[in-house]
Write a protein that binds this ligand. Sequence first.
Ligand code: MTE
Length: 301
Amino acid sequence: MAHRWKNTLTAQDVTPYSAFLNRRQLMTGLAAGGIAGALPRSAAAQNSLEPNTFEEITNYCNYYEFGTGKEDPARNAHRLTIDPWTVRIDGLVDKPGDYSFADILSQMTVEERIYRFRCVEAWSMVIPWNGFELADLLNWVGVQSNAKYVAFETALRPDEMPGVSSRVLDWPYVEGLRIDEAMHPLTMMATGIYGKDIPKQNGAPMRLVVPWKYGFKSIKSVVRISLVEEEPPASWNVANPREYGFYSNVNPEVDHPRWSQATERRIGSGLFAKREPTLMFNGYEEEVAGLYDGMDLRTFF
Ligand code: MTE
């Protein structure tokens, strides 16, 4: 079955940005509206957008089910079985059910998007994801009009996940988005990186990516998606609501109680590289600021 998960593009492990961009333009015939659409001009002008290498992206990870060290996921996640993989989609949808990952993928259009990725710990990367828009999946199952939020859940497999013996979080890892955030065209389910199936340590076979929010919102190895009326629990918010809000939009003006969010350390930039300024909504302000019109972003952090 694994071949059905293959993305259509065959990128090298490590691709210079210019070559990557050229290939995508050739593959999709998109000049504007493709990568240009995914990467706001403001962000491109201010910060370098050369993607991190495949090695960097897959060896410096947060996936606490496999340990809390940055290299633990790469070392331990091989234990995760991802074939078969079933995603339960339930709640306020027209077609609830247990869907195999292969069936989902056969209905979706997989494309490449280079996104900035900003962890709440103040490090960042640029990642060429492959995946599909979450909105396409939600529209496929039919969202009912009273659905206000989307709840997500990661697999919980104590036999395969050495990290869940620790009580650092309440397992399973859960997350949530407001429905308009979930339906936003930048919000994707990632199934690949650099044209390869997404590695297990990065959330195989399918993980959420919300590029304007801190990385912990981008929940990995999703097994359940529920459309609900009330704001669902989110693991880090439950663990420490003072430090991690439900929204967790990247905001250089709202510091974490224990560190500044004004700047970030770009992974791979070298020990003595200057920190880069963190951009409002991680550089996606033009696209997403309207979602939060009239909201006090300090209160709803
Ligand atoms: N999802 C699960 N299930 N478990 C986790 O520990 N960590 C989050 C997020 N998704 C995490 C998770 C955090 S803190 C970050 S920064 C990103 O995944 C890291 O994604 P990456 O390792 O692919 O860079």
